[in-house]
Design a protein around this ligand. Structure first.
Ligand code: 2HA
Ligand code: ZN
Length: 280
């Protein structure tokens, strides 16, 4: 396709590309993805990709630090390393990458994107290992999203980092929270980002949670779609914001949603929060 001499790749009209372009911009507008903060990866099927791209035309092969055999042959749309979420909507072919894992799982083949010679997200290990784990829990799983949600980061300084207590506080801040993430949130200790170790620990938490907090850094969310992963993170971030507003008030909360009320909510919405959140 050309308009006034400019070449537009047909993949720019693919829903999976337009959705990631719009969402990265939304996330930047939320104030979550300053500079090059944040990364997204979206699992795609060959049937989805095929109409837009010649899947036999490999532009580059990029070796992985460690093989991911569980995802061999699978397709992913990911954000690029060092790319700005603010700019994805303007320069998608530079900021995004359509990848396919090789059959031995040792490399990824670039089929489209990273047009300036860039690399996939620095958190690729965390993404791939988390996808592997989420797919074991839910065959319809598709998306891993990492972002620097502001109020949530702040909350990791002022709240204790125990998963049960942190989850309970979030649930108590907004009535919808327990319904949206009845499994609670996982929390890692502070770790160096971009490493195999943080990837492994994030994935381990992903066997139980769709939301994993990296204290003083941000959050990982998993979902069946970009919209679901975004919505999960948005809900936690909202609760964290309410938490700060409540605590900025002299004397803090005068009342919270009680355990009895949380349990009534779980029953009404047919969700089953783990017993460990209800100690008494
Ligand atoms: O992409 O957010 O954790 C930059 C990051 C690394
Ligand atoms: Zn980050």
């Amino acid at each position: 396709m050309t308009t006034e001499g400019k070449y537009y790749h047909p993949i720019l009209s693919a829903p999976f590309v337009t959705n990631i372009m719009n969402t990265t911009y939304d996330m930047w507008k939320m104030g979550w993805d300053e500079l090059n903060g944040g990364n997204i990866s979206c699992l795609l099927t060959e049937e989805e990709v095929n109409p837009y791209i010649d899947i036999t035309n490999v532009l580059r092969t990029i070796e992985l630090e460690l093989p991911i055999t569980e995802l061999a042959g699978k397709y992913f749309l990911v954000t690029g390393s060092g790319k700005y979420f603010r700019k994805v909507i303007e320069k998608p072919e530079e900021c995004l990458a359509l990848l396919r894992l090789t059959e031995d799982g040792k490399s990824v083949e670039l089929l489209w994107g990273l047009s300036d010679g860039g690399r996939p997200t620095s958190e690729l290990a965390s993404h791939f290992m988390s996808h592997t784990e989420r797919l074991k829990q839910d065959p319809n799983h598709r998306v891993i999203m990492h972002t620097h949600a502001t109020n949530l980061i702040a909350m990791t300084f002022t709240h204790d980092l125990d998963e049960v207590s942190f989850t309970r506080t979030l649930w108590q801040m907004c009535t919808e929270c327990l319904v949206v993430f009845p499994e609670g949130v996982g929390i890692l200790p502070w770790m160096v980002p971009g490493t195999f170790e943080i990837g492994q620990e994030t994935a381990r938490k992903m066997s139980e949670f769709r939301l994993v907090i990296w204290p003083h850094h941000g959050i990982f969310g998993a979902g069946k779609s970009i919209d679901e992963a975004f919505g999960l993170i948005e809900t936690v971030e909202k609760a964290a914001k309410v938490y700060h507003l409540v605590n900025a008030h002299q004397g803090g909360a005068k009342q919270v949603i009680t355990d009895q009320e949380l349990l009534a909510l779980a029953e009404a919405f047919n969700v089953e929060p783990s017993k460990r959140y209800f100690l008494n």
